[in-house]
Design a protein around this ligand. Structure first.
Ligand code: ADP
Ligand code: MG
Length: 656
């Protein structure tokens, strides 16, 4: 006699039901030897499927012992049981349990994928098996393009894929017509003749009669166990092989990693393609989230840059030095200590980009019948670059004009409107009277954009030398305006200015106004803006992520059957976990790509419609969006994927 492959003793399986429990198998003792063909019969509900599931390691007994070739299964881990299913058992189900999105050959291959077999090898073997079962011309067909009998032959090929030694068939002909059923039974007979151990559940006496041994179950108890053909004779003929070497295939994380990963990707994309609408809906949240994040970041940075450039055009990176002990010192106009030599000394400093002395007075402007009072700014040639003032027309005066005390004036927009508002030729080259001094208009400044500079006052700019000589009759300065080098810290520059002037004056007869403080205030408010943008981004991505999780959870519960099939043919928990995680990651990655495209499209439309602002998308924000969306897939896909991987294979299969 051959070796016992399967030994059950006092095996019991109870299912919790209501408060108590249903006992599906009551202390079963059973031994099955290698090469036997055993039929299990019994009325519906007698426990046949429960027994098959336990034999095939899809389910665990409540108590009692199940040994496979002498190894106790109770102590095996989930992955070791998966290895047994993968290497030693082949399942044939009443309802075939093929995966609908895969072709016949794709279905046959699955067990070999989980065994880590190379692609060409398993493809060749799957094709060969299908050919042997007369399915060559149907290898590329999907299950729904095949008849029941053909589907069952595909599932038989799948059962044989990894060279199973024990074939478990749960009513394999139950859903088939007579001819197809006969065909399937003939194949099973053949497999038996080759030496496979066959266990077949049936309630058809004719089917059972083909087996050498018939076990009759009733209410979870074996009521009869008859040998109808000599087992010894059969095993002599076949040289049956024993099952049950527990092969510990290394986990696939390290095993043929690349091949495995491409396989997982292929499976994931196939199932996404099979459920386009669901996939798209899953993506929608992420698409909207990423698109809005990327555009908000771009909009925000444009707004921020605009604010910052406005600030710098107001000349905030400047230090202004006034004579006197305090700001508003009444005697300051009489203090004559701030002189042009101070300005020249300051210009030599490394941290200084530009210096301009200023003097000021006010007087009346006249041109023909028009007259208006105006602020007269006497400034150096660097004043405009220090202040960041831009011209609407004409030019500024230069160093030579300042030296020569030229009577050239740059007027502001208010002055232009007042005196030359309806002059078609514009003001350039015209002469106006500043007080009693005739001056040639050489430039018009742009209106200051918002903020501090704009007012209704008229303001004109003359070389400070001209103002000193013609209007003030004094060589002292109202202030010195210093533009600090962008690379220097304004606070440090302020200390340096104080040190330098103290050296020159020997006492502190000056006051410093550091406009950087204003910039700091505004910068901090734009930082608040950035923070708000980031908060909105995080919230919208979180919402997208939760959407993904929801739909993935639904997906998992929709695909419990598929998960059960994969587990039945030997998928490890980690395989299932990876599959769902990678699906979630791919969905979110693709959604991220679509989201970024939407944002770029929005940007292009925005730039076309609002030419004043040009949106530009930073590579960093795009790459970050991708990383973020993929990360969301992994993080929010994890829970559903884990839930899928912890499903119980027999429960998953029965929920169909
Ligand atoms: P058969 O395959 O012989 O028709 P089963 O093995 O499916 O019978 O079922 C045997 C008994 O166990 C039945 O009473 C059935 O209601 C019960 N049973 C089977 N599976 C479950 C389950 N998952 N939960 C609760 N009861 C179950
Ligand atoms: Mg059943």
């Amino acid at each position: 006699m051959s070796n016992p492959v399967i030994v059950l003793s006092k095996l019991r399986r109870e299912f919790p039901s209501g408060g108590g429990s249903v006992v599906a198998l009551k202390d079963i003792d059973l031994t099955i030897r290698a090469g036997e063909m055993v039929a299990i019969t019994g009325a519906s509900g007698s426990g046949k499927s429960t027994l098959m599931n336990i034999l095939g390691c899809l389910d665990r007994p409540t108590s009692g012992s199940y040994r496979i070739s002498g190894h106790e299964t109770a102590s095996l881990t989930a992955d070791e049981l998966a290895a047994l299913r993968r290497e030693h058992f082949g399942f044939i189900f009443q309802r075939y349990h093929l995966l609908t999105e895969l072709s016949a050959v794709g279905n046959v291959e699955i067990p070999a994928i989980y065994a880590g077999e190379a692609r060409e090898k398993r493809r060749a073997r799957a094709t060969e098996l299908l050919a042997r079962l007369g399915m060559s011309d149907r290898a590329g067909h999907r299950p729904n393009q095949l008849s029941g009998g053909q589907q069952q032959r595909v599932s038989i090929a799948r059962a044989l894929m990894n060279g199973a030694t024990v074939i478990l068939a749960d009513e394999p002909t139950g859903a088939l017509d007579k001819n197809s059923g006969e065909e399937v039974l003939r194949i099973i007979d053949e497999l038996h003749a080759e030496g496979k151990t066959i266990i077949i559940v049936t309630h058809d006496a004719a089917v059972a009669a083909r087996a050498g041994r018939i076990i009759d179950l009733s209410d979870g108890i074996i009521v009869s166990d008859r040998v109808t053909k000599s087992v010894a004779a059969e095993t002599m003929r076949s040289g049956a092989s024993a099952a049950g070497q527990i092969v510990r295939t290394p986990a696939l994380w390290s095993w043929r990693l690349l091949d495995h990963i491409t396989e997982v990707f292929r499976m994931a994309t196939l199932s996404m393609a099979a459920h386009k609408l669901r996939t798209f809906l899953t993506m929608l949240g992420i698409i909207i989230g990423i698109a809005s994040v990327v555009s908000i970041v771009a909009l925000g940075s444009v707004a921020k840059q605009k604010v910052l450039s406005d600030i710098s055009s107001l000349g905030t990176n400047t230090i202004e030095i006034f004579p006197g002990k305090d700001l508003g010192d009444v005697r300051s106009t009489k203090v004559r200590t701030l002189v042009i030599a101070d300005a020249k000394a300051l210009l030599q400093q490394a941290y200084v980009d530009g210096v301009t002395p200023t003097v000021s007075t006010s007087t009346t402007l006249r041109s023909g019948p028009l007259e208006a009072s105006a602020l007269i700014n006497g400034v150096g040639e660097q004043y405009f670059s220090v202040k960041g003032t831009k011209l609407a027309a004409g030019a500024f005066f230069d160093a030579a004009d300042v030296r020569d005390m030229k009577q050239d004036v740059v007027i502001d927009e208010n002055t232009r409107q007042t005196f030359f508002g309806d002059d078609p030729d514009g003001p350039i080259g015209k002469v106006i009277l500043v007080g009693k001094v005739p001056c040639r208009v050489i430039g018009v400044t742009q209106q200051q954009q918002g903020g501090f500079g704009s007012s209704q006052n008229l303001s004109v700019y003359l070389p400070y030398t001209t103002v000193q000589a013609r209007f003030l009759g004094s060589s002292s300065l109202r202030s010195i305006l210093v533009r600090v080098n962008n690379n220097a810290a304004t606070d440090d520059a302020e200390q340096e200015v104080i040190r330098l002037l103290m050296l020159r004056h020997r006492l502190k007869d000056f006051v410093i106004l550091n406009t950087d403080d204003i910039r700091k205030t505004i910068t901090s408010s734009t930082e608040t803006l950035t923070l708000m943008i980031v908060a909105i981004a995080v919230i919208s991505l979180l919402v997208g992520g939760i959407g993904v999780m929801n739909i993935m959870l639904v997906t998992v519960s929709e695909r419990i059957g598929e998960i059960g099939v994969r587990m039945a043919v030997g998928a490890r928990r980690s395989d299932i976990l990876q599959q769902f995680l990678i699906e979630a990651a791919i969905v979110c990655f693709v959604a991220g790509a679509l989201g970024v495209s939407v944002a770029l499209g929005f940007g292009a439309a925005f730039n076309a419609l609002v030419p004043k602002f040009q949106l530009s998308f930073s590579w960093i924000s795009i790459v970050a969006a991708f990383l973020c969306s993929t990360g969301i897939g992994v993080v929010f896909g994890y829970l559903p994927a884990r839930q899928a991987s912890f499903l119980d294979p027999s429960a998953a299969l029965s929920r169909d």
